[in-house]
Design a binder for this molecule. Structure first.
Ligand code: MLC
Ligand code: AMP
Length: 510
C-alpha cells in the first residue's frame, strides 16, 4: 500500500472550502480570485514545471513583485514536487548572482525589467529555464502556463522532502540556504491553526512581502489551511489597511506596521471592532507600541517569535484559557517545540536566567544547503538548533528575548548582517576599516550606522560611501548614517567594542 502524500499542497488544497467559486483573495487593485482560480492557475503552472521533466529537488528561484500569480507559482512549485526559493525584490546584481550560483536553480522567474541581467546570471549558472512574471498579470510564465491543463495531481512527496530554501545571511561569510521540508512547514502551519484558534469566517489582511517566512508561510499557510479569504495588499499602506479592517478579523505585521498604523488618526476602537486577532513578529515589539495599541484599540497584540530555519517557535496565547498575552515576551514554546536556555558551555541555565536559546521540534529545518559543516556547527550534540538568540524563560513558561549572540540588525523586520556591509565598505577606495552597528529607530525599530576609518591620506566622503553601497546592496541594508572617524573603541585584544559604538550613537534617531 502506498503511503499518503505528504506534499504540503495536498493539505492546503484539502482545506479549500467546498464552494470553489467563493472569493479566496481580494486585492487592493479590486481584483477577485476564487478558490477555483487559485487551484487552476497553480495547476497550469505545475503542469508547465512538470513538462520540463526536472529531477526531484530541482530549485525554482523567484524574484518578483508581490502578486496573486506569484502565490500561485509558490503553490505550483509545491504541487510539482520542486523546491521554492524566494528572493527579496530589493536584492541587487551581486546578491542575486550569489544566490543563483549557490543554489543552481533549474528555473528562474524574474520581472521583465530585470530579465536582461538576471537571465545572464542564470544561464551562466547553468539554468535552462528563465521566465518573467510581473504584478500586472503579464509575463512569459503565464503565457507558457496558458498552454497547459488546469488539472494537476500533486506529486507524491514524503514529509522529509524539501519544499523550500530560504536564504538567511550569515554572521560570517555569505548567506546560507535554510532547507525546509514539506513536513517542517505543514507541522508548523497545523500547530498555528490550532494555537491561534483560526475560525470559520476568519478573513486575513495580507500586507507583508511574500519572500520571507512571515508573509509566505505564517500568513499564507494560516489562511489557506483555514480556507480563509485574504485581503491582499501589494505593499503595506496604512490607510488602505485601515479602510479594510472592518472586513477583516486577523492581521499580521512586523512591529513597523503597527507603529505606522498608530500614526493614523483613523485607528480607533470602532475601526477594529470586527477584528479578532492582531499578531506581531519578526522583530521585537516595543512595550510602548504594545501598550499604545491596547489603549487605542482595546486589542492586545499577540507577539510570537520564529526564524527562517524553524518557522514559528513561541507564541503568546490566543485563547484566554491558555493564559494572558504578556507584552515584552514572545509567549510560550509552541506545542511540539522544545525550547531550552543554555550557557556558553551548552549547559541548561537555572530557570529564569539568561542564556542562548536552543530548540527542537518537527518544524526545525533540515540543514543549510550544501553546507554540512555549518549545519553541524549550528546544532548541539543532542540535536538542538542554536538559534543565536539570547533570552530567558520565566516561572510561568513565558519566553523573553533579551538580545542576540549573532551580530545582526533587524530593521523593519528585515535582517541586516553588519559583517556583509563592513565587507563592502572595506573594499571601497579610501576605507581602511569599518564597523556597522544597530541603533534604535522610531519607525524601523533598529537601523544600521556605519563608522569608518580612512586609509592614510584618504578623505572618503560619507555620503559618497553610502551611495556606493547602494549600488551594490539591497536598499534596506544601507546604513542610515555614516561617520568617518579617527579610531574605533577596542578591547585589550584589539577587537572593536561594538557595544560602545551602539551606546555612542544610540540617540541619533531618538
Ligand atoms: C524600506 N526601507 C528600509 C526598510 N524598508 N530601511 C530599513 N529597513 C527596512 N525594513 C527604506 C528603503 O531602503 C528606502 O530608502 C525607503 O525605506 C523607502 O522604501 P520602501 O520600499 O518604499 O519602504 P516601505 O514600503 O515603507 O517599507 C517598509 C516596510 C518594509 C516596513 C513596509 O520594510 C516591510 O515590508 N518590512 C517587512 C519585512 C518582513 O516581512 N519581514 C519578515 C521576515 S521573516 P531609500 O533611501 O532607498 O529611499 C522573519 C521570521 C519571523 O523574520 O519571525 O517572522
Ligand atoms: P530571519 O532570519 O529573517 O528568519 O529572522 C529571525 C530572527 O528574527 C530571529 O532569530 C530573532 O532574532 C528575530 N525575531 C523574530 N521574531 C521576534 C520577536 N518577536 N522578538 C524578537 N526577535 C524576533
Amino acid at each position: 500500500m502506498s503511503s499518503p502524500n505528504a506534499n504540503l499542497f495536498s493539505a492546503l488544497r484539502a482545506a479549500f472550502p467546498a464552494d470553489l467559486n467563493a472569493v479566496a483573495i481580494e486585492t487592493d487593485q479590486g481584483l477577485l480570485y476564487t478558490w477555483s482560480d487559485l487551484d487552476r492557475a497553480s495547476a497550469m503552472m505545475a503542469n508547465l514545471l512538470a513538462s520540463l521533466q526536472l529531477p526531484p529537488g530541482a530549485r525554482v528561484a523567484v524574484q518578483v513583485e508581490k502578486s496573486v500569480e506569484a502565490l500561485a507559482l509558490y503553490l505550483a512549485t509545491l504541487r510539482a514536487g520542486l523546491v521554492f526559493l524566494p528572493l527579496n525584490t530589493a536584492y541587487q546584481t551581486s546578491e542575486i548572482e550569489y544566490f543563483i550560483t549557490n543554489a543552481e536553480p533549474a528555473v528562474v522567474v524574474c520581472t521583465a525589467k530585470n530579465f536582461g541581467w538576471v537571465s545572464k546570471i542564470a544561464f551562466k549558472a547553468g539554468t535552462q529555464n528563465v521566465y518573467t512574471l510581473d504584478d500586472d498579470r503579464s509575463g512569459s510564465l503565464l503565457e507558457r502556463a496558458a498552454h497547459h491543463s488546469d488539472q494537476h495531481t500533486p506529486v507524491q512527496r514524503s514529509a522529509d522532502d524539501l519544499a523550500a530554501i530560504l536564504y538567511t545571511s550569515g554572521t560570517t561569510g555569505r548567506s546560507k540556504g535554510a532547507m525546509l521540508s514539506h513536513g517542517n512547514l505543514l507541522s508548523n502551519a497545523q500547530t498555528l491553526k490550532d494555537y491561534w484558534d483560526w475560525q470559520a469566517g476568519d478573513v486575513l489582511i495580507h500586507a507583508l512581502p511574500i519572500f520571507h517566512v512571515h508573509g509566505l508561510f505564517v500568513a499564507i499557510h494560516g489562511a489557506l489551511l483555514n480556507g480563509s479569504k485574504m485581503l491582499w495588499f501589494g505593499r503595506f499602506d496604512p490607510k488602505g489597511v485601515l479602510a479594510k479592517l472592518p472586513e477583516a478579523t486577523v492581521f499580521m505585521g512586523v512591529p513597523t506596521l503597527y507603529v505606522r498604523l498608530l500614526q493614523e488618526p483613523g485607528l480607533t476602537r470602532e475601526a477594529v471592532q470586527n477584528m479578532r486577532l492582531f499578531i506581531s513578529g519578526s522583530a521585537p515589539l516595543l512595550i510602548e507600541t504594545f501598550k499604545d495599541w491596547q489603549t487605542r484599540t482595546g486589542h492586545t497584540i499577540l507577539e510570537r517569535y520564529g526564524m527562517s530555519e524553524t518557522a514559528m517557535l513561541t507564541s503568546n496565547p490566543c485563547r484566554a484559557s491558555d493564559g494572558e498575552r504578556r507584552g515584552g515576551t514572545v509567549g510560550f514554546a509552541l506545542p511540539g517545540v522544545t525550547l531550552r536556555v543554555v550557557d556558553d558551555a551548552g549547559q541548561a541555565v537555572p530557570q529564569g536566567e539568561i542564556g542562548g536559546i536552543q530548540v527542537q521540534g518537527p518544524n526545525v529545518f533540515k540543514g543549510y544547503w550544501r553546507m554540512p559543516e555549518k549545519t553541524a556547527e549550528e546544532f548541539s550534540a543532542d540535536g538542538f538548533f542554536k538559534t543565536g538568540d539570547v533570552g530567558r524563560v520565566d516561572a510561568d513558561g513565558y519566553v523573553t528575548i533579551v538580545g542576540r549572540s549573532k551580530d545582526l540588525i533587524i530593521s523593519g523586520g528585515y535582517n541586516v548582517y553588519p559583517a556583509e556591509i563592513e565587507g563592502f565598505l572595506n573594499d571601497l577606495p579610501g576605507v581602511a576599516e569599518s564597523a556597522v552597528v544597530g541603533v534604535p529607530h522610531p519607525d524601523f525599530g533598529e537601523v544600521g550606522v556605519a563608522v569608518v576609518i580612512a586609509r592614510p591620506g584618504a578623505t572618503p566622503d560619507p555620503a559618497q560611501l553610502l551611495a556606493q553601497l547602494k549600488a551594490g546592496l539591497a536598499n534596506f541594508k544601507i546604513p542610515k548614517q555614516c561617520y568617518v572617524v579617527e579610531g574605533l573603541p577596542r578591547n585589550t585584544m584589539g577587537k572593536v567594542q561594538k557595544n560602545l559604538l551602539r551606546q555612542q550613537y544610540s540617540g541619533l534617531f531618538a
